[in-house]
Every structure is written in structure tokens, then in C-alpha cells.
Write a new protein. Structure first.
Length: 200
């Protein structure tokens, strides 16, 4: 079955009057079972995490917790999560919804609620990462590179900077990245750019 058909089936089930049917749909929509990244479906999941019945909130929170884990390793799932930053922040501002979500994250392997909250912050930080294109734009602006001289986002050196920055933000969400650190990584991963007469 195609992802579009899966999304339609799950959305139809979530609109069903039967509570058990809706709960089963939320279970089936979880990224641990499904690859559906439909925006409409995920709007429903976030809504159920905040406004659903108890079992609906549990199932939706499990799906969102799994989504946050997937977003650490997958650009496709990160895009899904990025579309719902407002919904995610709203969940954490609601005492009941945040308690359920953190409880699910605790079951995902965190030893206690404090560790679950720390894990949430670490995964939430993924949404604030720069993209490879933004890193390339920063390098080009810093070195005054334009047109044919500009480094593209697809450059292997940019990819290495992206991997380094992703690891930094994910593992040390409370630590800011300074410009001189980025510049040092650019010198390391893009040394040919700094051999130009006009390079800083």
C-alpha cells in the first residue's frame, strides 16, 4: 500500500467515532510501525496528544517521542518535526501533555523524569540546526566568495562541517557555537578555500 493510501486510511480512522479505532490508528501511525510523513496526519497526532482521551494521549505521545528519536538521524523525519515546532512547544507548556510525553520518553530508555526532560531538550535542539546550504552561505559570506568561486552546499567539506555541527548541537544542546569555532572547522575541512589570496 502506498504512503498516500496509508495516510488516507489512518486519517479516516482518526476521524472515526469509535475510541478503540482511533487508538489503534494512533498506534499504527507511529514511526516505529509506519513511514507516513503526511502533514495532515501529524497535525492530528499532535492534536490528540494535547486534546485526546487518556489512551489517545499515550499513543500520540509515543508516536511523537519516536518521531523525535527518528529526527536525530533522518533528514526526512527532521522535516516532519520541524513543521510542528509550535505544536511541540505547546505540548510542553501544557502540564498534562508534557507529563505524558516525558513519561513516554522515559520508557524510551531514560532512567528518570529529569533525564527524559534532558533528552527532550537534546532532541528539540535538532530543530535549530543550520542546514548545509546555510553553512555554505556562511562560508561564502565570510570569505567573500561569489558566483563560480562560491562553495556549494554539496561540497564534501560542507557535509563534514554539517556533521560536526549536528553532533555538537545534539550532544551539547546548552553549548553555543562561536564564529571562530566554525571558522576553524572551515579551515580544516575546506583548506583549499583558505589558500586564495583574498581568504581570511
Amino acid at each position: 500500500m502506498s504512503k498516500a493510501r496509508d495516510a488516507d486510511r489512518l486519517l479516516k480512522a482518526l476521524g472515526d467515532s469509535g475510541y478503540d479505532i482511533r487508538c489503534a490508528a494512533l498506534r499504527d501511525a507511529c514511526p516505529c510501525r509506519s513511514h507516513v510523513r503526511d502533514p495532515g496526519l501529524w497535525r492530528e497526532i499532535f492534536d490528540r496528544a494535547l486534546n485526546g482521551g487518556m489512551r489517545e494521549r499515550d499513543r500520540a505521545a509515543h508516536a511523537i517521542g519516536t518521531l523525535m528519536e527518528k529526527a536525530e538521524r533522518s533528514d526526512e523525519w527532521r522535516e516532519v518535526l520541524a513543521r510542528h515546532t509550535g505544536d511541540l512547544d505547546a505540548l510542553m507548556q501544557d502540564s498534562r501533555a508534557s507529563r505524558v510525553l516525558l513519561g513516554q520518553m522515559k520508557r524510551h530508555g531514560h532512567a528518570h523524569r529529569g533525564a527524559a526532560r534532558q533528552g527532550f531538550r537534546r532532541r528539540r535542539a535538532v530543530l535549530d540546526l543550520s542546514t548545509p546550504a546555510q553553512i555554505a552561505a556562511w562560508v561564502n559570506t565570510h570569505l567573500g566568495l561569489e558566483g563560480r568561486d562560491a562553495v556549494p552546499a554539496s561540497d564534501p567539506g560542507i557535509a563534514r562541517m554539517w556533521n560536526w555541527l549536528s553532533h555538537r548541537v545534539t550532544r551539547q544542546p546548552g553549548r553555543s557555537t562561536k564564529e571562530d569555532e566554525l571558522l576553524a572547522k572551515a579551515r580544516r575541512y575546506l583548506p583549499h578555500l583558505f589558500q586564495r589570496p583574498s581568504a581570511a
